[in-house]
Design a binder for this molecule. Sequence first.
Ligand code: B12
Ligand code: SF4
Ligand code: SF4
Length: 376
Amino acid sequence: MEAADAKTAIRDAALELGFDAVGFARPELADEARRNLGEFLTRGYHGDMGWLATRAAERGDPQTLWPEVKTVVVLGLNYAPETDALAGLADKSTGNISVYARGRDYHEVVKSRLKALARRIADLGHGDLKVFVDTAPVMEKPLAMSAGIGWQGKHTNLVSRGWGSWLFLGEIYLSLELEPDPPENDHCGACRACLDACPTQAFTAPYRLDARRCISYLTIEHKGHIPAGLRPAIGNRIYGCDDCLAVCPWNKFAQTAHETRFATHHAAPELAELAQLDDAAFRARFAGTPVKRTGRDRFLRNVMIAIGNSGDKGFLPVIEERLRDASPLVRAMAVWALARIGDAASITKRREAALADETDVDVRSEWQQAGPSERS
Ligand code: B12
Ligand code: SF4
Ligand code: SF4
């Protein structure tokens, strides 16, 4: 089969398997992307995502990851929500889970499709290949831009003219050389809607993100205590954040995802109910979804922050229970929540008792910070 025919066959197979976007790129990144990655890491913008730094050389160069690669096939899968992605932010009695995590884990869905496509390509007899999604050391967005699927918007994610900001990405590296597609141009123009929408001002400039301020990082990747100054802006976002994606004007071209496994199952769970989850109940409830990634303690840390941001005294009994939680992450955020919504007299009493107890370091430190100033 000629290379041009192979390209058509791969594209057709990808679309047939349900991918929404397909593009072909050379296995190289622009020097600028590599330099940017270096500067992002040097500035420490990756926070405690040490894995971004440890395999930076492979991330910055597909041929370092796999020397035989001659072509990168980039695939996009639409996950646009049926309704307003930000509607759940208004109801403070519930937690808002970001769109990508409301249904089946996309890693599984994209990977199983990539594997099916890989089998079809292997049947065409075109040499070796490797399949990657998300967790591999691959800079997926710059490669997707080179492959013509979209451009990296000012919010740093890939925006497509056909699907807006709602595309998952995955790649197949081929040892076969195929003609690359023309790269896509930047169509952000003078727009800055995403930059202005960010609740925590995580963009230090257009196209530049300090992940340490991003709610997605704080609620999913970050393992420790979330800095006190950022907690109020988190609102009821208990897993990820969609604000910068959702305001992108290019979304008007997106159609609701046809992949039913992304349909919403966990969009607006009651905070009071989530705060009661023990480890087994958490795992049972979120099995097969991306939410399971944080584990129960980090998730409940987020839930307690959302409760603290609710301003609703009806949560006081729930907070009371979590003050005795086995996890110091959860206990400390229960203290924070109590300091935000409890009444002054009981807070002062508890604070004094907690400060006298030197055994619970996390709780003590939280009470130290949550002094009277916290309530002013
Ligand atoms: C690490 C990571 C995160 C981190 C950091 C995000 C980031 N923008 O880097 C955190 C946890 C914050 C995150 C959040 C989210 N993520 Co994420 N994430 C990744 C991951 C694993 C690596 C991205 C990476 O290489 N970052 C390093 C930076 C340097 O590279 P970059 O983002 O391409 O940025 C370029 C420029 O914008 C510029 N730049 C950006 N920041 C800075 C800073 C400085 C100082 C400089 C000089 C330059 C610069 O340089 C880069 C190269 O040119 C990718 C999967 C993958 N393997 O690629 C998924 C991925 C990017 N995530 C994805 C998603 C869906 C999300 C969320 C929407 C999830 C959510 N709803 O909560 C949010 C969106 C937040 C946002 N505005 O980016 C999708 C995006 C799909 C798309 N259409 O683009 C990906 C591709 C996963 C996938 N396979 O589908 N993510
Ligand atoms: S995901 Fe949310 S917190 Fe992160 S950059 Fe976008 S708007 Fe800001
Ligand atoms: S919201 Fe505007 S600036 Fe941001 S990615 Fe979309 S078009 Fe670009």
